[in-house]
Design a binder for this molecule. Structure first.
Ligand SMILES: NC(=O)c1ccc[n+]([C@@H]2O[C@H](COP(=O)([O-])OP(=O)(O)OC[C@H]3O[C@@H](n4cnc5c(N)ncnc54)[C@H](O)[C@@H]3O)[C@@H](O)[C@H]2O)c1
Length: 274
């Protein structure tokens, strides 16, 4: 998500620092962004100089000390402890004006904010995958956040050419809550089995969905989707309708995370995994 968000922002003329603690992920992100820009150029959507300029606006780093900015968008693993520790570290090296946004899909933004020293400067900005193409951004406000910060963040989302929707900090916000049965019922159908995964995807696509549930889970990342399912299940008091599927856990344990690993419910070519 970090690479897509960085590209979306840099494409609108804003300088970005893209940080990951894993240097390998940073070089893969640089390669991915380079290829995305090349494709945009080949499709004549951007001129050659703009392709270069967008790339140059992104500074790639695996050193946290470089992460000093007026707005920091956190998009690391969907684990509250990891997100909280990172934000606390980043608060320490940034000014008192820095705004911290979390791209969490399902965790409580208020819960994350409450662990920091300045919860009034922590907000949710939930992008969709691939973040450089998808227009919607859920702006998740908490009880700590002022109207002024909420409107600054919706303004920022508009500035980067996207569509902001302000949501309450409720489990799964809007999209992930509405979409959960799409994945979970599809998994149940295939497990019973009523139909195989390719048939389910094909039918849902014929019914008007842009992507079937199994291809979509592979695009999102099966680890992330399983964490989101588990988090919503717990947040709503473990109702049967939201129970994650054992298949999700199994596929994650096998490391078949979807497009990013080249295998998931389906197999992918090496180039699509990068
Ligand atoms: N995948 C999606 O479709 C999607 C959509 C919307 C939001 N999100 C959210 O975005 C976040 C990231 O999702 P993703 O799919 O990009 O995950 P990912 O697993 O592909 O990437 C996470 C990255 O975070 C890095 N990381 C882990 N701990 C770190 C730390 N302490 N400091 C710095 N970097 C660290 C990892 O090295 C990895 O490169 C999650 O909160 C997820 O819920 C994901």
């Amino acid at each position: 998500m970090g690479r897509g968000i960085s590209l979306a922002i840099a494409a609108k003329g804003i300088r970005v620092i893209l940080y990951d603690l894993d240097a390998g992920m940073i070089s893969s992100a640089a390669g991915h962004i380079h290829r995305e820009l090349e494709q945009e150029f080949e499709k004549k959507r951007i001129p050659a100089d703009e392709k270069e300029n967008i790339f140059k606006r992104i500074r790639f780093t695996s050193s946290m000390a470089d992460c000093q900015a007026p707005l920091i968008i956190e998009a690391i693993v969907e684990k509250p402890g990891a997100k909280e520790s990172l934000l606390i570290e980043l608060e320490r090296i940034n000014t008192k004006q820095t705004i911290f946004a979390t791209n969490t899909s399902s965790l409580s933004v208020s819960g994350i904010a409450a662990q920091t020293h300045f919860p009034e400067r922590v907000i949710g900005l939930h992008f969709f995958n691939p973040a450089n193409r998808m227009k919607l951004v859920e702006v998740v406000r908490t009880k700590y956040v002022s109207d002024e910060l909420t409107s600054r963040m919706t303004g920022f989302v508009l500035q980067i050419g996207k569509t902001p929707v302000v949501c309450k900090d409720d489990p799964g916000f809007i999209v992930n809550r509405v979409a959960r049965p799409f994945y979970l019922e599809a998994l149940r159908l295939a497990e019973q089995p009523v139909a195989d995964i390719a048939t389910i995807d094909k039918l849902m696509e014929s019914a008007g969905f842009k992507m079937g549930p199994f291809h979509l889970m592979d695009l999102i990342g099966n680890d992330i989707n399983y964490m989101v399912s588990s988090s919503l299940y717990e947040a709503f008091g473990r109702p049967a309708r939201l129970k994650p599927s054992g298949w999700q856990e199994e596929i994650v344990k096998k490391g078949a995370l979807g497009k990013k690993t080249g295998n998931g419910f389906f197999q992918y070519s090496k180039s699509s995994a990068e």
